[in-house]
Ligand binder design. Structure first.
Ligand code: ADP
Ligand code: ZN
Ligand code: ZN
Length: 660
């Protein structure tokens, strides 16, 4: 008897009988009859007996052999993810497969070129490692063949990527595969280019969610068969089977985009660590601003910390970071005089400036001065953001769009005002100040099409703009040779946030965006506009002393009882009425009283309570004991899966990082 995960009617396990002459093993994809149709499922277990009436069981039809059998190691990863993140095993397995492998359609035709020979193909790498890099490489390489986790804490431009490349080359020498995870491929085309340049003969499997179906299927198959020596991708790449995994790298390990925010809410970083454990290989977590979780793990000796304290390019220095006190320098159109003058000086010298504001659109609020009305989304408890470029109001929570009203819908006042600012308004202000400068805005609105981000960033890199205005998109990975000034607007929003992770994220973002400046021989300068220049975060940032900042944050979190000092999970519910969601959460909490070492908080509405027409509430659970927390979560989810509710949509988020 076989237990088979099937995608219908919702992903779950079904029992099937074996067929004589067909040897099906766990990890095989099989065709089975389901209703009047045939479906593809994955065999998860060969069992002695079924709880079902044997007379009603059907037989499998055949085993599909177009793809390699999913290995025991891969299935073990699925078991771990399923139990850790509280999703049914069948769903976990099926959602990890590329869609094509879940269908009866034949797999897309294989590419014809043969897989390249390993190791011999590795091109000599461009630069000689410096002493710090050499030591990092030696320490990590010494762990090949065993599980060990390393935290590679290297300032921006310290040559972490060179370390990864050398380690990958080492792994390839012995025929091992390397798995390299990055937050977002579209933002780091340079990283891919460097891998391609370093390993010209190597097949590199790229895996990310924007791939077309055939490309994703190929990449997955190349990873599974071992034809690809290097697998490079976003968090979902951690779910690919790898026949000979020898090295795992997680670049920018602190990045929140490693956490999946729907379905199986896994952390790509944490899954990568578990994978390395299963494969008995080293895992390298790299960052200039490690997550406090990883920092804490390093302090506790669970990870080995390796530091790259200096920029790798001889002569390149870290940028000077300074605050601009907004109480002293009143900004005009969002820009304070010292920043304007600094930009003017760069223009005169033919150098590039970047103005960073982590909010797109023109202005976050459109309001009536006469009666106080403000444009809000009808489906969410959120304001509509004014987008001047395409003359729309847009909800950043549900995507709803509306035309801009000509008058206040309540009192008819014609004088509607835009409050606050986003990238478009900053671009407008800069254009008015510097009419002759070439200004390029780069955010999700300016680069909607696939490939447009790369094109815009490439143009900016070639120096085709004097001033760049942009969001997070500009902060990551890219190297702008002529950039010597970074201005930061709107940083205070994070300082005032109620989210305890906001400061950690602000530091990471500022360090990253600061890292864009002065990568070559010209020193960079960073000016952060703030009303709180005395804040400890800025002092640590100016000294490039992430350690001091991390220690201070950890002490605050310890006093307040926040992660990583406690383990946390959220149970969330959405319903048409808030009371329904809250009552649901209360009932679940009451169904299994928590053990003494687990703390269950009262359910509360989300900050943005209504989203896309649903009212949302959540309750938090915390414990110092991971095991105790998980025991309670398992009891809850068992009960929840057993009695599905029609009125409420719910999910459990283990190690949550978003709470809005
Ligand atoms: P990170 O990934 O830490 O930001 P990179 O690996 O991208 O740093 O390196 C930053 C720059 O330094 C790159 O231009 C890289 O070519 C250069 N670089 C790295 N290692 C060395 C080295 N040992 N000697 C000279 N230049 C180096
Ligand atoms: Zn009005
Ligand atoms: Zn909305």
């Amino acid at each position: 008897m076989l237990k088979v995960a099937l995608p219908v009617p919702r992903p779950m396990l079904f029992d099937y009988l074996e067929r004589d002459g067909v040897a099906a093993q766990p990890g095989d994809r099989v065709v089975v009859p389901f209703g009047s149709r045939e479906r593809v499922g994955v065999v998860l277990e060969c069992a002695q007996a079924s709880e079902m009436n044997a007379a009603r069981l059907k037989r499998i039809v055949r085993v599909l052999d177009g793809a390699p059998r999913l290995s025991a190691e891969w299935l073990a990863l699925m078991h771990f993810l399923s139990s850790y993140y509280q999703r049914p095993l069948g769903e976990t397995v099926l959602s990890a497969l590329p869609p094509r492998l879940r269908s009866t359609r034949p797999l897309p035709a294989r590419r014809t070129e043969p897989p390249p020979a390993p190791s011999a193909a590795c091109a000599p790498l461009g630069v000689e490692p410096n002493a710090a890099q050499a030591e990092a490489i030696a320490r990590i390489a010494a762990a090949f063949g065993t599980f060990r986790a390393f935290l590679l804490h290297g300032v921006t431009g310290s040559g972490k990527t060179e370390v990864y490349l050398r380690l990958v080359a080492r792994a390839r020498e012995t025929g091992g595969q390397a798995l390299v995870l990055v937050p977002e491929i579209g933002l780091t085309p340079q990283l891919l280019a460097r891998f391609r340049a370093a390993f010209p003969g190597e097949r590199i499997a790229l895996l990310h969610s924007a791939l077309a179906e055939a490309a994703r299927t190929h990449a997955w198959l190349d990873a599974a068969s071992g034809a690809a020596g290097i697998v490079l991708g976003t968090r979902l790449a951690v779910l690919a089977p790898l026949a000979r995994l020898a090295l795992v790298v997680v670049d920018e390990e602190h990045d929140p985009s490693f956490k999946q925010q729907e379905g199986l809410r896994y952390s790509g970083r944490d899954a990568a660590i578990y994978r390395a454990r299963l494969a008995r290989c080293p895992v390298v977590l790299g960052s200039a601003t490690p997550s406090l979780e990883s920092w804490q793990n390093a302090c506790a000796g669970r990870y080995e910390r390796i530091v790259l304290a200096e920029r790798a390019v001889p002569g390149a220095r870290l940028p000077q970071v300074r605050t601009v006190d907004l109480r002293e320098h009143r900004p005009a159109h969002g820009l304070a005089a010292p920043l304007v003058e600094a930009i003017r000086a760069r223009l005169a010298r033919g150098e590039q400036s970047l103005v960073f504001i982590n909010r797109r659109g023109y202005a976050p609020v459109l309001a009536c001065e006469a009666c106080g009305w403000a444009a809000g989304c009808t489906r969410c408890s959120a304001r509509l953001v004014l987008h001047a470029a395409d003359v729309r109001l847009r909800c950043h929570h549900c995507g709803r769009e509306e035309p801009i009203p000509r008058a206040c819908p309540v009192c008819g006042n014609l004088d509607l005002r835009a409050h606050g600012r986003g990238t478009q308004r900053v671009e407008e202000a800069l254009a008015a100040l510097f009419p002759d400068a070439r200004i390029a805005r780069i955010d999700r609105d300016s680069v909607r099409r696939r490939g447009a981000i790369e094109a815009a960033l490439d143009a900016a890199m070639r120096g085709e703009a004097d001033i760049l205005v942009g969001t997070q998109l500009l902060a990551k990975g890219h190297d702008f040779p002529a950039l010597t000034l970074v201005g930061v607007l709107g940083a205070d929003h994070a300082l005032l946030s109620t989210d305890y992770r906001a400061a950690e994220r602000l530091y990471a973002t500022l360090a990253q965006v600061a890292g864009r400046a002065g990568r070559r021989d010209r020193p960079g300068e960073v000016l952060v506009q703030t009303r709180y220049p005395q804040h400890a975060l800025f002092a640590a940032l100016a000294r490039h002393d992430y350690g001091a900042f991390a220690e201070a944050q950890l002490a605050e979190r310890r006093a307040a009882g926040f992660p990583p000092w406690v383990h946390e999970a959220a149970l969330r519910a959405e319903a048409k009425r808030l009371q329904t969601a809250l009552a649901f959460l209360r009932e679940v909490a009451a169904s299994a009283p928590p053990p003494p070492d687990v703390r269950v908080y009262d359910p509360v509405p989300h900050l943005v309570t209504r989203r896309a027409g649903y009212e949302r509430a959540q309750l938090l659970v915390q414990s110092r004991s991971r095991a105790a927390l998980h025991r309670l979560l398992s009891r809850w989810s068992e009960r929840l899966y057993a009695s599905p509710s029609r009125a409420v949509r719910w999910h459990i988020d283990v190690d949550p990082i978003e709470f809005d």
